[in-house]
Design a protein around this ligand. Structure first.
Ligand SMILES: [Zn+2]
Length: 230
């Protein structure tokens, strides 16, 4: 077996074919799994093997976010309150999930938000007045390359999460301005802009793009450190 193929077989988290909500066969080794309990035990067995061989992965969705301002904006998306929460229940759309501080190498560190519209790559503009002029993000009166950097990060995330799937997922970026934002989206539809308070409302306007079971599968891949070369 090709070593890269072998490494992937060990480091990947298994998934189980959907068959009326019950797992049937392991995506990695093909073992036949009849019950939920067996499935949990089988997943742990795969993880233990990866651990033992020094190829284990870290669950990025469990880490503490490093940027408190961005984390608060993201929390309002993942845990909607009041009317926003009620409207989500009424439309029965899937709740958003967040993965903080995903290391994208040369593309910097981003927070990933996964929901029915697809994947949103979020980066904070940092403190200061944020203004979008002719597609360029200005922070504290200075031009920045934030929109271009984010567009490159979006491309990287789309390619990485699209690997091994029949089509690439819908991915866009959002510049989050903790102290408010003027001027709208830097480069729609690839890169959007939102104030920290307005992030949940901005994302609520995105059209749904993922099919049944796709969000779960994407989240499984995106939260593994090994997906991003960790
Ligand atoms: Zn297996």
């Amino acid at each position: 077996m090709d070593p890269e193929q072998a490494r992937r077989l060990i480091t990947d988290e298994p998934s189980y074919d959907w068959g009326f909500g019950e797992g049937r066969s392991c995506s990695l080794c093909g073992a036949n799994i009849a019950y939920q309990d067996d499935r949990d035990r089988h997943t742990r067995w795969h993880r233990a093997l990866a651990e033992l061989l020094g190829l284990g992965w870290e669950d990025l969705s469990r880490q503490q976010p490093a940027d408190p301002a961005l984390a608060a904006a993201v929390d309002a998306v993942v845990h909607p309150r009041g009317l926003r929460r009620l409207s989500r229940i009424a439309t029965a759309s899937e709740p958003w999930r967040a993965i903080p501080d995903v290391p994208l190498g040369a593309h910097g560190t981003v927070t990933l938000l996964l929901g029915a519209p697809g994947v949103v790559v979020a980066r904070s503009a940092g403190a200061g007045r944020v203004e979008v002029r002719r597609g360029v993000v200005h922070v504290g009166g200075h031009r920045t390359a934030l929109a271009d950097e984010l567009r490159a990060a979006v491309g990287h995330v789309r390619t990485t999460l699209g690997r091994g799937r029949h089509r690439e997922p819908a991915v866009c970026g959002v510049v989050v301005a903790p102290d408010g934002l003027e001027g709208g989206d830097p480069e729609p539809p690839t890169v959007l802009g939102a104030s920290a308070d307005g992030l949940a409302d901005r994302l609520a306007l995105l059209p749904e793009a993922l099919g049944y079971g796709e969000l779960e599968a994407l989240h499984d891949v995106a939260r593994r450190s090994t997906t991003w070369g960790g």
